[in-house]
Ligand binder design. Structure first.
Ligand code: ADP
Ligand code: NG1
Ligand code: MG
Length: 460
């Protein structure tokens, strides 16, 4: 199914973005694009290993006003948030996204989406591209694990596709956006782009990969999800932390493969290894214990284990920003991945079979808490402020975990309806106030319900 095209119902935001568009580009926008952020309920750092995850879309989104002109081949970008500078470039097939000078610029995320769409076009069509003018308005907290980056990349791709009159199925767009966001330098797995396109109002989604597919997850009555911001951030493309975890999982898979007489150079993900071996998750956990040592591996250890050369490890296993890492923890990362994959299945099954009531919520909450402990202790992608939030949350929630990649950002808590206000008040009092925050709470601690996925809006 292609992305829904709906009539625009004017509101304050659409009026404001239209006015900005008119004042910059001296004409009206032709259409609008909305792509939501997401909160991942469970299944962290396993999408890039090939395992299913369980996110839902947020109200917070990236909203674009877009205008196209018949000729010119230019892309012009303006952001309503003036900390993001204007940008302009030629639209052609060799858009460069240079990763050399510090953290990526905001418009480079946009270019990822544009590049992804242009790459699908035949050469002759690239000669006749229109100009595309865009105003961007975003409400997803940035670098906080709620997927502002993928909402931006996916919105850019959708704007380009609609400008070029391309109607692609949602799954194809999601896969395309997962691929092209990697131009920013992170080797993510596709969860964020998948939920951005496949989300449905009123339910979370169980998302599986290769082939990409999604199943509705009806959340049990009485399950309220609250997001809280730890007031710390990490731009995932600015450091090697994220890719380090991706390659640790890859190296774990490759060493286990090699020890089981498989060609390690053909294995990229723990999930692929599991399929090849034909084992279940518990058997994979046992095999991890047999094949991997618990102490960190040096690059030299890895070369020896794989009976290979440094340059082959560099090209087959590592990324440019992980080649200089000295120590890799493989056992702990694999342990997290297999256990987290099990927790996602349990979460999904619990929702599916939910008779409602306290037991269901207790099970879901426990799975979420276990997920956080594993991310903190085995995956080491939490942050002291996130751990503090999780501790404070224990009083009034059934379970709390970091959401998204971590190293800062947000937590998601499962809360019973009667405790929601008490929980929010206790976070304000015990977490935010000691940090000197006394206002703007609605942006840093809020309840959330599942919203719909990407949409295009046209004039009446
Ligand atoms: P997240 O967890 O939010 O996906 P990332 O580190 O992956 O965090 O990406 C955050 C980056 O995405 C920001 O630093 C910025 O460059 C870009 N970005 C996100 N939202 C916006 C926006 N509204 N306007 C401009 N750039 C944005
Ligand atoms: P965030 O934190 O939203 O950038 C990242 C990855 C996901 C997934 C999670 C961890 C991208 C675009 N996103 O999310 O694919 O791996 O971390 O579960 O790489
Ligand atoms: Mg991101």
């Amino acid at each position: 199914m292609p992305v829904q095209i709906e009539k625009l119902i004017k509101n304050e935001r659409s009026e404001k973005i239209t006015n900005v568009f008119q004042s910059i580009y001296k004409k009206k926008p032709d259409f609008f694009v909305r792509v939501p952020g997401r909160v991942n309920l469970i299944g962290e750092h396993i999408d890039y290993c090939g395992y299913g995850v369980c996110p839902m879309a947020l109200d917070q989104d990236i909203f674009l006003a877009v205008g196209t002109a018949g000729e010119g081949k230019k892309l012009r970008l303006h952001n309503v948030d003036r900390k993001f500078e204007d940008f302009e470039c030629e639209l052609d097939d060799n858009i460069e996204i240079s990763l050399e000078n510090g953290p990526p610029k905001w418009y480079q995320y946009f270019l990822c989406g544009i590049k992804g769409i242009l790459e699908t076009l035949p050469k002759d069509q690239l000669q006749n591209l229109p100009s595309i003018c865009v105003v961007v308005s975003g409400t997803v907290p940035q670098s906080a694990g709620l997927s502002s980056s993928s909402a931006l990349v996916s919105a850019a791709a959708l704007a380009a596709a609609h400008s070029l009159k391309l109607q692609l199925p949602k799954e194809e767009l999601a896969n395309l956006c997962a691929r092209c966001e990697r131009y920013i330098g992170t080797q993510g797995g596709g969860m964020d782009q998948a939920i951005a396109f496949l989300a449905k109002e009123g339910c979370a989604k169980y998302i599986e990969f290769e082939p990409l597919r999604s199943t509705e997850v009806i959340l049990p009555t009485g399950a309220v999800f609250v997001i809280a911001h730890s007031l710390t951030n990490l731009n995932k493309a600015a450091t090697g932390d994220f890719n380090c975890r991706v390659v640790e999982c890859r190296l774990a898979a490759q060493i286990i493969a090699h020890k089981n007489s498989l060609d390690w150079t053909k294995i990229k993900r723990l999930g692929d290894l599991q399929k090849l071996l034909g084992l279940n998750l518990d058997e994979m956990l046992a095999l991890t214990g047999e094949c991997l040592k618990t102490t960190p591996y040096t690059k030299q250890d890895i070369i020896q284990e794989l009976n290979t050369t440094s340059s082959l490890v560099d090209t087959v296993s590592l990324t440019p920003n992980t080649r200089d890492i000295e120590k890799f923890k493989l056992y702990q990362r694999a342990l997290h991945v297999f256990n987290e994959a099990k927790r996602v299945k349990q979460f999904y099954e619990t929702c599916k079979n939910a008779a409602g009531g306290e037991d269901t919520l207790l099970t879901l909450g426990t799975l979420m808490s276990q997920s956080h402990e594993s991310l903190r202790d085995l995956y080491e992608c939490s942050h002291p402020q996130l751990d503090k939030l999780v501790e404070i949350s224990k009083s009034f929630t059934l379970g709390t975990r970091l959401t998204g990649a971590g190293w800062g950002g947000c937590t998601v808590s499962l809360v019973a309806p009667e405790n929601v206000q008490k929980f929010i008040d206790s976070i304000k009092e015990n977490f935010f106030k000691p940090l000197g925050v006394t206002e703007g709470f609605e942006f840093i601690v809020f309840t959330t319900t599942p919203k719909s996925g990407a949409c295009i809006y046209v004039h009446n």
